[in-house]
Design a binder for this molecule. Structure first.
Ligand code: ZN
Length: 221
């Protein structure tokens, strides 16, 4: 698995694949569907860059550790260093692009970890646990609070939402993250998933969309 960031037109983005910073429970309806409280500050976790796969030519899922859930999310590509709680202008200036992404989750494993009060890595950081479509340049997005996302599985719309529904909006969220630890060019922020998450099976056909910006087809190998 050798992943390299790229834009929708096929241009390579010459940043190394860094870390993937994720936020849990950033859409109220999704927190509810898993029976979770809405956190009073962003619930952050990190997937290592090693788990990232491209959505091109399909992707693999683990077959021996229980249910593998899709979570469609808006991925934000960081293009400049950010640290020490940067202001909103600085954050906007550092965003290179947006893509539809899958935060794949071993849900049964995660439920066990949650019960034990343990960290989530075993459920969230396996090889292939983050699937990225190509990025749309940030120049194409005029309002970060109006980015739609939609996931279709085998012809059926399973997840749909937009960034106005986020509990922590994209720019303040990234400012908060960079107040906790540094972000580097090539890092990716996954901004949470709307309601509708569910299991994937081998052979499933997916359409990952940021409607109006990118529509990308993939499948489970
Ligand atoms: Zn997620």
């Amino acid at each position: 698995m050798s992943y390299q960031h790229q834009y929708q037109d096929g241009t390579t983005i010459h940043y190394p694949m860094g870390k993937v910073v994720c936020v849990g429970r950033n859409y109220a309806e999704h927190a509810k569907e898993l029976g979770n409280e809405i956190p009073d500050e962003p619930l952050l976790f990190i997937k290592p860059g090693s788990c990232v796969d491209s959505a091109e030519n399909g992707f693999n899922i683990p077959s021996d550790r229980g249910a593998v859930h899709f979570e469609l999310e808006i991925a934000v590509l960081i293009g400049k260093p950010l640290s020490k709680k940067p202001c909103e202008e600085e954050v906007l200036d550092a965003i290179s692009g947006y893509a539809p992404a899958l935060d794949l989750t071993l849900r049964d494993v995660q439920d066990t970890l949650k019960k034990k009060g343990w960290p989530w890595e075993a459920s969230k950081s396996f090889d292939g646990a983050c699937v990225l479509a190509p990025f749309v340049s940030a120049d194409n997005v005029s309002d970060t609070r109006a980015i739609e996302l939609r996931l279709t599985v085998n012809g059926e719309v399973r997840q749909q939402g937009d960034s106005s529904q986020m509990i922590n909006a994209i720019v303040p969220l990234i400012s908060h993250i960079a107040g906790q630890f540094s972000l580097q060019p090539g890092d990716v922020v996954l901004t949470g998933t709307p309601a509708g998450v569910g299991p994937l099976q081998s052979g499933d056909q997916l359409v990952m969309e940021l409607p109006g910006l990118i529509r990308y087809e993939s499948f489970v190998r």
